[in-house]
Ligand binder design. Structure first.
Ligand code: ARG
Length: 459
């Protein structure tokens, strides 16, 4: 069945129909399409275009159709061009040609699809947000489990300064909380219904787009019918929000991959969240993390592909826009696979805190503490930095740690370097001293975690 054909004397060529078909991917919009039809039937009735009985019969037929779609008793055929075509066929079979044929008045697949896609995506965004929340909660739980553990903080992947493990884990959580915020901000912009825009110009039949919008869970309808049918920035913006989420997850993943190597030895993966090798019996691989890293690339690809599809399309609807859905559906599908797995992997990671503590001071990571100790004694930072650098040079030359330098060696480097400097030459002392807001001192990290958990409760 086709929704057009009056002006054609022959049907489409097979290859034309095959190219045109979208049912194999847009069928998932079916429940939203039926919801749209119910709302549309009501505004047709209010505009005097359906009688009371016709409305009741139409709604009953739509209910039966919805049941049959759900149970699988009604499915699209290869001849149905898209979800809208298939469902019109289903409606005609249930309501009869006379009544069923009245529903299409005042709407077009252009405003329908733009609306249904937004509805589907708003629900999908909630599922993605809930999966993301589980990842955040796994990070927070690990932070809570290790309130005092330290970690060699790195810049350029080189040892930099010791930090609390909880501080580091919460840094990842902060990024994911912003991702949740982006999804929420996105929803406020996406929450406008294009239904009633018709093909592009709006409807002449006295229908009420706002009433349809409200029935479909939108606070309002679009201000401009051309924009309503032609714009897909809501889809591209969603793809960005989830690509950013994928990129943030990939940064966690990359660290887990590194931490899990024998050289680092920071973590052990739970057996349930690792895989083996078909040839090397000893292997236990971080595949969850690697797939996270890999899928981030795919999410970026979906965003850039969609932007390329949208670029330079003249207003209003063009069939190019049918290409908008698969990348978005794919991004959601990938995240629905990924989020529970990465949450499970993080929740079950074993951190080797002794190893982390042993490595935290390695690489002279307390040199900054010497410099800042000197600054507190009135030494200009420039000079203090130089003196701390000399301490590193002497210690490195002797093959010892900074705390093993003798009082004489300290004094020879700078007269202000008395034996009291040793108070900052422990990892605990260093960490505790960074006690300004946002710093790595245990009380500040605890405070950070509380604020983050409180923010989650509001989301
Ligand atoms: N299936 C199309 C899409 O997903 C909607 C149909 C619009 N077709 C048309 N000839 N205007 O964009």
């Amino acid at each position: 069945m086709k929704l057009w054909g009056g002006r054609f004397s022959a049907g489409p060529a097979e290859a034309m129909a095959a190219l045109s078909a979208s049912t194999h991917f847009d069928w998932r919009l079916a429940p939203y399409d039926i919801a749209g039809s119910r709302a549309h039937a009501r505004v047709l009735h209010r505009a005097g275009l359906l009688t009371d009985t016709e409305l009741a019969d139409m709604l009953a037929a739509l209910d039966r159709l919805a049941e049959d779609v759900e149970s699988g008793a009604f499915t699209p055929t290869v001849a149905d061009e898209d979800v809208h075509t298939a469902l019109e066929r289903g409606l005609l079979e249930r309501a009869g040609e006379e009544l069923g044929g009245k529903l299409r008045a005042g709407r077009s697949r252009n405003d329908q699809v733009a609306t249904l896609f937004r509805m589907w995506l708003r629900d999908a965004a909630r599922r993605v947000a809930s999966g993301t929340l589980d990842v955040i909660e796994a990070l927070v739980a690990q932070a809570e489990r290790h309130p005092d553990a330290v970690l060699p903080g790195r810049t350029h992947l080189q040892h930099a300064q010791p930090v609390l493990l909880a501080h580091h884990l919460l840094a990842h959580a902060q990024a994911l909380v912003r991702d949740l915020g982006r999804l929420r901000d996105w929803d406020a912009r996406a929450a406008e219904s294009p239904y009633g825009s018709g093909a592009l110009a709006g409807s002449s039949l006295g229908l009420d787009p706002e009433a349809v919008a409200h029935e479909l869970g939108f606070p309002t309808s679009v201000d401009n019918s051309i924009d309503g049918t032609a714009s897909r920035d809501f889809a591209a913006e969603f793809c960005f929000a989830v690509a950013m989420l994928g990129v943030n997850l990939s940064r966690i993943a990359e660290e887990v991959i590194i931490w899990n190597t024998a050289e680092f030895g920071y973590v052990t993966l739970d057996d349930a969240w690792a895989t083996g090798s078909s040839i090397m019996p000893q292997k236990k691989n971080p595949d969850v993390a690697e797939l996270t890293r890999g899928k981030a690339g795919r999410l970026i690809g979906n965003l850039t592909g969609l932007l390329a599809t949208l670029k330079a399309q003249p207003l209003a609807y063009n069939r190019d826009l049918q290409e908008d859905k698969e990348p978005v559906f794919d991004s959601v599908e990938q995240l629905e696979l990924l989020l529970p797995a990465i949450a499970g992997m993080i929740a079950t990671l074993t951190f080797h805190t002794d190893r982390l503590a042993e490595l935290a001071p390695a690489g002279f990571t307390l040199a900054t503490d010497i410099a800042e100790w000197l600054v507190r004694r009135g030494v200009p930072f420039r000079r203090a930095h130089e003196a701390a650098g000399e301490c590193v040079r002497v210690a490195e030359g002797r093959g010892v740690g900074l705390e093993e330098l003798t009082d004489e060696e300290f004094a020879a480097i700078h007269p202000a370097l008395t034996s009291e400097v040793r108070s900052v030459l422990t990892v605990q002392g260093s960490v505790a001293s960074r006690d300004a807001r946002g710093g790595t001192a245990p009380n500040r990290v605890a405070e950070q975690r509380e604020r983050l958990v409180a923010r989650l409760a509001e989301l």
